[in-house]
Design a protein around this ligand. Structure first.
Ligand code: NAD
Length: 459
């Protein structure tokens, strides 16, 4: 899309927002229902496009993208009346006899920038919250998942009035131009590197942002845990979507005394879940591009392969791979992996495990496998991370009651469910006062008696 066309699109969204139409709850519900119908009607197209991008199966696309989107729309439709109503709060004595309210109001015209790894979920989930909260939206999906981006543009741009919601396709240059415009809110999902660019661009106009970023998410396994179940849940979480999940276990820390036993269990779980013919297993997703494939292959070629390591370059496929033993100095431990490669390190005691995790930026997720409540308490108390699970991986994301987001280098702000509605709303505080009473003590001339009364009413 031409830059001038983008500019007039933004202007038309601003004009539309100014009509107050998006503030009508009935209107928001109609748009959300329309969204769901359009996605349902076009499921086949959505499955085909994402398969072309990285051979992602229908089952996984439904399970990890569409089902979550439908759940988010259904929840918003059910709760929006409650979420959007003004909330009365108590008034303090000093303001007697006023009433106090909090009004959620939409920000206005918002920009949502998506990542490629769950192209539908990460692009459209924030949009559901933005529309539920009464905003207009321009969505820029990732150009790297080009087919998914194109099908979203086709479905959305033929379903919605562009003044409310429109997809603008494009790469880095388009994104840069979009970021130069004056938005009321920017919601970005992607790498910490681009997150900083977005944050800087937003600062120019004092635009509030949510940054959903990434990092190296640790998985810590203690000897007392249910080892077989731990191996099963780690294998599922790590290799889902070909390992291209922002909250996938990035590296594994195993208590030293169970390392061999646990690695055996991991190996047999990989074989049970994916079989030996990973190439023809529809549950195994390819790497998104040749560049990403080569980046990952480097890790395999330059580390100790304990299991797997096979690749099929024609279809950018990498076998579930375990690297062990691995040292903290290796390149695979210096950056987010974002692929089906699991480096394994060991620790002697909880202190050492905590020290290793602290060597990295605050991660997006952390997974802990133990039955011991004092270990749980210590890890949760001493380590900072976006969110996570105890004795499971990934699934904290699927509970809409849990705000989803990072901290520090892994992000800023959160969403999902009511949290998403709050993210796209400004909460306007109002004190509503009658005029029949006015305390004389706030006015000059000041006196010691007035000071005492102020102290009584305000402290
Ligand atoms: P990315 O940062 O490369 O790209 C994200 C978006 O930014 C794309 O739409 C792209 O067009 C745009 N972009 C890229 N370079 C740009 C530049 N120089 N200037 C302006 N815009 C630019 O991220 P990605 O490769 O699509 O996704 C992978 C990263 O995203 C990983 O770090 C992963 O952990 C993270 N991620 C986080 C979440 C989350 O929910 N927190 C979810 C998925 C992915």
């Amino acid at each position: 899309m031409e830059n001038n066309t983008i500019k007039s699109l933004i202007e038309s969204q601003k004009d539309f927002f100014a009509t107050n139409k998006t503030k009508d709850i009935k209107f928001r519900k109609e748009q959300l229902s329309k969204f769901k119908t359009a996605l349902k009607k076009n499921e086949k197209k959505l499955f085909e496009a994402i398969y072309k991008d990285f051979r992602k199966s229908e089952f996984e696309t439904y399970e990890t993208e569409l089902a979550l989107l439908y759940g988010e729309i259904n929840l918003a439709l059910k709760k929006i009346n409650n979420w959007a109503r003004r909330k009365k709060v108590r008034t303090n004595l000093a303001n007697f006899p006023a009433k106090s309210y909090i009004f959620p109001e939409p920000y206005g015209t918002t920009l949502v920038i998506g990542a490629w790894n769950y192209p539908y979920l990460l692009s459209m989930n924030p949009v559901i919250s933005a529309i539920a909260a009464g905003n207009t939206v321009i969505l820029k999906p990732s150009e790297i998942s080009a087919n998914s981006s194109a099908v979203m543009a086709e479905i959305i741009n033929t379903t919605f009035d562009e003044k409310l919601f429109h997809v603008v396709e494009g790469g880095v240059e388009t994104n840069k131009f979009l970021l130069e415009q004056n938005w009321d809110y920017i919601f970005f999902t992607g790498s910490p590197y681009v997150g900083k660019i977005v944050y800087q661009a937003a600062a120019k106009n004092m635009t509030p942002v949510t940054l959903e970023l990434g990092g190296k998410s640790p998985t810590i396994v203690f000897a007392d845990s249910d080892l077989k179940m731990a191996a099963k849940r780690i294998v599922w979480g790590k290799f889902l979507n070909g390992g291209q999940t922002c909250i996938a276990p990035d590296y594994l820390l195993i208590e030293e005394k169970i390392a061999d036993t646990f690695l055996d269990l991991i190996k047999s779980q990989i074989e049970q879940i994916y079989g030996s013919d990973f190439e023809n297993n529809e549950a195994f997703t390819s790497i998104i591009s040749k560049n990403h494939f080569e980046r990952l292959k480097y890790f395999i070629d330059n580390s100790n392969v304990y299991y797997g390591g096979d690749t099929k370059s024609e279809i950018n496929l990498i076998e579930p791979t375990i690297l062990y033993p691995v040292s903290l100095e290796e390149k695979v431990m210096q950056e987010e992996i974002f692929g089906p490669i699991l480096p394994v390190l060991t620790f002697k005691n909880i202190k050492e495990a905590i020290e290793i995790v602290r060597k990295f930026d605050k991660p997006l997720a952390l997974y802990l496998f133990t039955k011991n409540s004092s270990i749980k308490k210590q890890i949760l108390n001493e380590l900072s991370f976006g969110g996570g699970a105890i004795n499971d991986t990934i699934l904290h994301l699927s509970n809409h009651k849990l705000p989803f987001g990072g901290v520090g280098n892994s992000g800023l702000g959160s969403y999902h469910g009511y949290e998403g509605f709050k993210t796209f709303s400004h909460f306007k505080s109002i004190l509503d006062k009658p005029t029949w009473f006015e305390p004389f003590i706030k006015y000059p001339p000041y006196s010691e008696n007035k000071r005492k009364l102020v102290k009584f009413f305000m402290e």
